[in-house]
Write a protein that binds this ligand. Structure first.
Ligand code: IPE
Ligand code: IPE
Ligand code: MG
Length: 232
């Protein structure tokens, strides 16, 4: 059933706040339920042989949210990193974090580094958490590295530049899934998803199931990817 599995899938996990509001619950309850949903999706991605699954968990713009919401998101993240990573490790799943990670609390940074080290060389899927992440910011940080390395204009091409992005070593994004009905990228993987297929669904992230994830993959498999060329 699953020929032509995308090598890299990005997910904009949106709609936690609205899920909670619809039930008269505080937004943080939506984030909790949302965090619980990721496990199923990660397992499904691993089972069908996806190489990289990048989950947009916290954007640079999300720093503007009320302090208590940011605090509870960081708290959830710490719990997630402590309890879930161990399980993922046992299943052979790897972990990486991308984004402007220096802005995160010091204890979160330590946990992220530990999780990356513990799972380095895992044979299965790599889960990439985009945290304090913005696509424009990632590109600017890469340009800064170009300057720091003293590279000359003729040294720069797409192959050298991709190695300066946070996603170095990962294939380009084949498919971006966004839940909650919004149809925008919100600064997610701007470079990497340049030729990605886009899949939008009205389902709110806490309601997003493994079945719908597999449906999105099948939808992707029916797309004709031309990359600007003409099909023979
Ligand atoms: C996505 O859900 C999770 C984060 C951005 C951290 P939201 O919190 O954006 O939920 P809505 O869009 O307000 O419903
Ligand atoms: C994008 O969702 C960021 C994440 C899902 C982490 P937002 O809810 O922050 O984006 P906008 O405000 O709808 O663009
Ligand atoms: Mg949102």
């Amino acid at each position: 059933m699953f020929e032509c599995i995308p090598r890299h899938v990005g997910v904009i996990m949106d709609g936690n706040g609205r899920w909670a509001q619809l039930r008269g619950l505080p937004r943080v309850e939506g984030h909790k339920r949302g965090a619980e949903r990721t496990k199923d999706i990660i397992r499904a991605a691993n089972e069908i042989g996806i190489g990289y699954l990048t989950l947009y968990a916290f954007s640079l713009e999300n720093w503007q949210r009320p302090e208590e919401e940011v605090f509870s998101l960081m708290d959830l993240l710490k719990k997630y990193l402590i309890y879930e990573i161990k399980e993922l490790l046992e299943e052979g799943i790897g972990f990486r974090a991308i984004g402007d990670l220096e802005r995160l609390p010091a204890d979160v940074q330590v946990l992220l580094r530990k999780s990356e080290e513990m799972t380095a060389g895992s044979p299965g899927l790599v889960v990439v958490l985009a945290l304090s992440y913005g696509g424009r910011n990632e590109i600017i940080r890469a340009v800064r590295k170009v300057v720091e390395l003293g590279l000359r204009p003729e040294d720069i091409d797409e192959d050298t530049f991709v190695n300066l992005l946070d996603t170095r070593g990962m294939p380009p994004v084949d498919l971006v899934i966004r839940t909650s009905g919004e149809k925008r990228l919100s600064n997610f993987l701007l470079w990497q998803a340049a030729y990605g297929e886009l899949y939008f669904t009205d389902t709110l992230w806490p309601d997003f199931t493994k079945e719908e994830f597999l449906f999105a993959i099948q939808d992707f498999q029916r797309r004709e990817r031309r990359f600007g060329a003409v099909m023979p």
